[in-house]
Design a binder for this molecule. Structure first.
Ligand SMILES: Cc1cc2nc3c(=O)[nH]c(=O)nc-3n(C[C@H](O)[C@H](O)[C@H](O)COP(=O)(O)O)c2cc1C
Length: 164
């Protein structure tokens, strides 16, 4: 079963977090993870993926414009309908608006017909809530969150698409 992570990263924080999420996904049997920088997406892989997770650095308490642009250019987007969708963000400050950045991504996943999921708090600790957040100052704590988020997305994808 194919799962994809699409992210934008200028200085490497978001791409490092994407790798941790991918490692969590890979703990689930038969999962193949495609990790894609926004401008190096394999669109065939994306089309075949049962889940697509989007990552952004927080820019002025919002998703970065590069990802927003990607969402707004349907020509280059594949059909995301019916796939599991989720979001994560990195930021410099706890109060820096990363949760809003995640919500602005989720706002785009809903109209594209995705099944938005994070596991929330329903699966116990670590609580993911809206999606994992990586704050520069607390790098060591968010790896656990990111890893478990990846694992939970993969487990849910297996449950919803058992024959993929
Ligand atoms: C244009 C710009 C705006 C930013 N705005 C915020 C912000 O509002 N809140 C915050 O906590 N960090 C902000 N940051 C810091 C980045 O979100 C943070 O360093 C992020 O982890 C960078 O990710 P990257 O290394 O993947 O590019 C901003 C950085 C840039 C370049």
């Amino acid at each position: 079963m194919k799962l994809a992570i699409v992210y934008y990263s200028q200085s490497g924080n978001t791409s490092k977090m994407a790798e941790v999420i991918a490692n969590g996904m890979k703990t689930v049997e038969t999962v193949e993870v495609g990790l894609f920088d926004l401008d190096k997406i394999d669109y065939n892989f994306l089309a075949e993926s049962k889940a697509v997770i989007f990552g952004t650095p927080t820019y002025y308490a919002n998703m970065c414009w590069q990802l927003k642009k990607w969402f707004d250019e349907p020509d280059q987007n594949c059909n995301l309908e019916g796939k599991i969708g989720g979001a994560f963000a990195t930021a410099n400050f706890i109060q820096g608006g990363s949760e809003n950045a995640i919500l602005t991504i989720i706002n785009h996943l809903m109209p594209k017909g995705m099944l938005v999921y994070s596991g929330g708090t329903a699966l116990g600790k670590p609580y993911v809530h809206l999606g994992p957040v990586g704050i520069t100052e607390y790098k060591e704590t968010h790896d656990d969150l990111a890893f478990n988020f990846g694992k939970r997305i993969a487990e849910k994808a297996k449950q919803l698409f058992p024959n993929a």
